[in-house]
Design a protein around this ligand. Structure first.
Ligand SMILES: NC(=O)c1ccc[n+]([C@@H]2O[C@H](COP(=O)([O-])OP(=O)(O)OC[C@H]3O[C@@H](n4cnc5c(N)ncnc54)[C@H](O)[C@@H]3O)[C@@H](O)[C@H]2O)c1
Length: 429
């Protein structure tokens, strides 16, 4: 006889991993249920105890309102919990293969704390099958419990978007699933108790896992198509944005824009799917072709800028170029998998001297992650070219004249994001 699921009036939640995904979730559950927010990063736990969130997703007031949330870096504090929700990173390695180490380590943590009747829910983005093939056996091994007899599992992918104040955890419909019909009902009701937008109960864990990974794969492939169009039209001297504006007047033309595809979701998740596909003997073509195009865009931007400089008779070796923006997207401090680094790397092959300015990012993190020391105040009139790489609101507020003022007279101004008027810049995607 399977162990009963936790009583609805006695739910004690653990969130494993308090990052962009885990913290809002811990805060939401912590308004309603006793919740332990666990992270291996003691400094992160420390700042959260002081009600400070350096990712800027949660305000001090929001964290204070979560009165039943306690944060800890000590796994012993998980012992009393009966629902474990895993929200740790799922990155790729240098060979673009899934790096499952954080997920495996979090599964060990769950396995050591979970007791009979407990539920382990995974939110990290994975390939279909990973929860039951990788995580569940680790929990069984560590706990000595039998899956679907003594404990159950669930998968509920997250859809939040860093820096997006409109689409929040509570206002985005949430897909849920469970390892048995009873577990699926339990997981669905648990999320329904905090998500005002409602839930969609998928037929199984693998379906929910697949749904998440294709959401980002679809975006990646769509952006790749637009990037490829930008590469073609760029060679033909046709303005891609004007083409997209015209085509966009058709009711079913999708509104994607060219650009760098960074962050740790859209440019990473497709590799989880292609990895699994290859494992089962299918070699994906469209998905990987899209990845290759999107990963080439930073180098392409750098080459366009170098060409524009040469056309003006500007020497590139030793030239000074300013890049505005290092974060992977606008108005957010997230540096993970930023592809602005591809622009920098390619410019450096031309012996260009590159300065980066980004008021949003932590200079210590930029230096630690990428060996880049951003300049706090770029000098006016100092640069041979200025590249607007990320459309942070501070840069937009400067306007084309303000951005151009960083350059010497005759400097090149390249607008990756098409955020400035086209007739005021020298090039854009
Ligand atoms: N950021 C997003 O917008 C987003 C959106 C949807 C889905 N996701 C997915 O959610 C997952 C988490 O992403 P994130 O952006 O929150 O990551 P993150 O890097 O912001 O946070 C992860 C946290 O987990 C902690 N951690 C790492 N290993 C741990 C372990 N073994 N035990 C406990 N804590 C551990 C880290 O210290 C960090 O604080 C990933 O799979 C990601 O793909 C992210």
């Amino acid at each position: 006889m399977p162990a009963p699921l936790p009583d609805r009036n006695d739910i004690r939640i653990a969130i494993i991993g308090l990052g962009y995904v885990g913290l809002p979730l811990a805060a939401a559950f912590g308004r309603k249920y006793p919740t332990v927010g666990f992270d291996i990063d003691a400094a992160r736990v420390d700042e959260l105890r002081r009600h400070h969130d350096h990712t800027l997703e949660m305000s001090e007031e929001e964290l204070k309102a979560s009165t039943r949330l306690a944060c800890s870096a000590d796994p012993a504090d998980l012992k009393d919990c009966n629902v474990f929700i895993v929200t740790v990173p799922t990155p790729i390695d240098d060979y673009k293969r899934p790096d499952l180490r954080p997920l495996e380590s979090a599964s060990r943590t769950v396995g050591r704390a979970i007791a009979r009747g407990g539920v382990a829910i995974f939110e990290s983005t994975v390939y279909p099958g990973a929860t039951e093939e990788i995580c569940v056996p680790i929990i069984e091994r560590e706990s000595g419990l039998t899956f679907n007899e003594n404990f159950s599992a669930g998968y509920s992918p997250e859809r939040i978007n860093p820096g997006d104040k409109e689409h929040r955890l509570e206002t985005i419909l949430k897909v849920t699933s469970g390892s048995t019909p009873e577990a699926a009902d339990f997981v669905d009701a648990l999320y329904a108790s905090i998500i005002t937008a409602g839930t969609h109960k998928a037929s199984g864990i693998r379906v929910a896992e697949a749904a998440k990974v294709i959401e980002n794969t679809q975006r990646d492939v769509n952006i790749a198509l637009i990037n490829e169009l930008a590469l073609i039209f760029g060679r033909m001297g046709i303005d891609t944005h004007e083409v997209l504006e015209a085509a966009g007047t058709k009711w079913n033309f999708l509104p994607f824009r060219p650009g760098l595809v960074g962050g740790h979701c859209i440019g990473v998740d497709p590799y989880y799917l292609t990895h699994k596909a290859q494992q089962i003997g299918y070699h994906p073509e469209v998905i990987l072709a899209g990845r290759r195009i999107n990963d080439s865009m930073g180098g392409h931007v750098a080459q366009r800028v170098v060409k524009l400089m040469q056309q003006r008779g500007l020497q590139t070796s030793g030239a000074k170029v300013l890049i505005l923006g290092l974060a992977f997207k606008e108005n957010c401090p997230d540096l993970r998998n930023t592809r602005v680094t591809d622009i920098i790397d390619e410019l450096r092959t031309y012996r260009v001297d590159v300065d980066v300015h980004d008021p949003w990012v932590s200079p210590a993190q930029a230096s630690h992650e990428y060996g880049i020391s951003p300049v706090a105040e770029p000098q006016a009139g100092h640069y041979d070219a200025v590249i607007l790489a990320v459309a942070h609101r501070e840069f937009i507020a400067l306007g084309a004249d303000g951005v151009r003022a960083f350059g010497k007279p005759g400097a090149v101004l390249f607008d990756v994001k098409r955020a400035l008027p086209r007739d005021r810049v020298d090039g854009c995607l």
